[in-house]
Design a protein around this ligand. Structure first.
Ligand SMILES: O=C(O)c1ccc[n+]([C@@H]2O[C@H](COP(=O)([O-])O)[C@@H](O)[C@H]2O)c1
Ligand SMILES: Cc1cc2nc[nH]c2cc1C
Length: 343
């Protein structure tokens, strides 16, 4: 497998960026964590960050064999139906993308259907859905590598097209189950603390999901990222991990959405630790386990709005904050100029 090389961000510029912010026409530190975000964006850019006017949301879609066990409250068919909805421009992600000025593309990483070609659909299908991880490995090693490589390629292509920032989202009924297993092995964390209600389990559904995931976890003792991905899937998660590595290698920031994208970021970071420098963790979702996952990654999300949709909606909501943080560096006068009439 060939994944692009990632350079860690050069932290030596942090002091100069912090000094720039401190000199702005505002009380010292008054923009709180937006100032930290501005420093991070400056470090990623290696100087003045761009405006981030050109933003792309990639929604990675895939199906999960574990759905045969009843791991989700919703049927697998919803994945394909929601892909059609994205293509029709009528999902929440489309509405939010329009609201914040981002382009949206859908990546077919492994939907269990033949999808018609469409101008915003990227066909990167590795196979029609993962296998049932409760009874067998979800993916082969070759499928994992192919998903990672394709994800990296898609991010590199976006950077080449001139996108200044990538937001990642996903659509995959059953993918909180895969994400929970990945977190369990790679955070690592006790399995029970990684499992939540996903798209909407009641108590009985949650109990069933826990029993299924205990069975899946008992099948394998894997702790190495590529093996864990093969055991527990899924294709959209593996491809997002590749996309994070691709964006990091192109030195563009990645807006990480909810629980599932964070699990993909965890995989990417375990494979390529420097990839973490390029990730902006946008929100803490309502999925139980997400808070613990973010804590394991030692990151603080920008928002906590009790979202639990996925699709990249939380990442899109953070995009204006990223743009504002960048404008803070480029557009705001110094206090010295303000006090000396140099506007
Ligand atoms: O982003 C999140 O934190 C999040 C939390 C819960 C559910 N989701 C979405 O719901 C689907 C997965 O839920 P489930 O129960 O089918 O595993 C998938 O399409 C995700 O986009 C997303
Ligand atoms: C309708 C629906 C839309 C979604 N979008 C992301 N995950 C989803 C899950 C369901 C069930």
């Amino acid at each position: 497998m060939t994944l692009p090389a990632v350079s860690p961000v050069d932290l030596s510029g942090a002091e100069a960026l912090r000094a720039q912010l401190d000199a702005k026409a505002k009380p010292l530190g008054a923009l709180g964590r937006i100032e930290d975000l501005a420093v991070r964006l400056g470090l990623i850019a290696g100087g003045s960050p761009p405006s981030f006017d050109r933003a792309l949301l990639l929604v990675f879609a895939g199906d999960h064999g574990m759905n045969a066990e009843g791991v989700s409250a919703y049927p697998s068919a919803v994945t394909q139906a929601m892909v059609a909805t994205f293509l029709a421009g009528k999902a929440s992600a489309n509405a939010f993308a329009r609201a914040v000025g981002a382009e949206l593309r859908v990546v077919d990483a492994g939907v269990d259907a033949e999808l018609p070609s469409h101008s915003v659909l990227i066909d990167a299908k590795v196979r029609r859905g993962s296998r049932n991880a409760a009874v067998e490995p979800a993916l082969t090693q070759a499928e994992v590598e192919s998903a990672l490589e394709r994800g990296a390629g898609i991010a590199l292509q976006a950077a080449e097209e001139g996108f200044e920032i990538l937001a990642l989202g996903e659509m995959g009924i059953g993918n909180t189950a895969s994400a929970a297993l990945l977190m369990h092995r790679l955070a690592p964390a006790p399995l029970a603390g990684c499992i939540g209600r996903g798209a909407g389990h009641d108590e009985a559904g949650l109990a069933r999901k826990i029993a299924i995931l205990e069975r899946a976890a008992a099948r394998s003792a894997a702790t190495e990222p590529l093996e864990v991905l093969a055991e527990f899937g899924g294709l959209e998660i593996a491809m997002m991990a590749g996309a994070i590595i691709g964006a990091a290698s192109a030195k563009i920031p990645v807006l990480v959405d909810g629980f599932i994208v964070s699990a993909a970021a965890l995989v990417a970071i375990r494979l390529v630790p420097a990839a973490k420098d390029y990730c902006v963790f946008c929100h803490r979702s309502a999925e139980q386990g997400h808070g613990r996952l973010l804590a394991a990654l030692e990151v603080e999300p920008l928002l906590a709005l009790d979202l639990r949709l996925g699709e990249g909606t939380g990442a899109l909501l953070a995009l204006p904050m990223v743009r504002a943080a960048s404008r803070l560096l480029s557009d705001v006068a110094s206090l010295d100029d303000v006090l000396n009439g140099r506007l």
